[in-house]
Write a protein that binds this ligand. Sequence first.
Ligand SMILES: [Zn+2]
Length: 81
Amino acid sequence: MRDDQDDSNDDDFTLGDGDADTEATVTCPYCGEPVEITLDPSGGDAQEYFEDCEICCNPWSVTVHYDVEGKADVEVSALDE
Ligand SMILES: [Zn+2]
């Protein structure tokens, strides 16, 4: 979502050596199953979005935080309230 196709000038956000986590395994708050989700490091070091569980299809609130080494800390919670 930055300017056109200029990938070489992506210096406003750097995660480690550029190998930030792109997937994480979370536990669904509804069905309790471990689910692997895809992360998008280019979205920034703090992200929050919604995603549906691919097992039970209930909606999650997903929170992602990257540390300086590009390790993702992912939390999912139920969208109940
Ligand atoms: Zn589920």
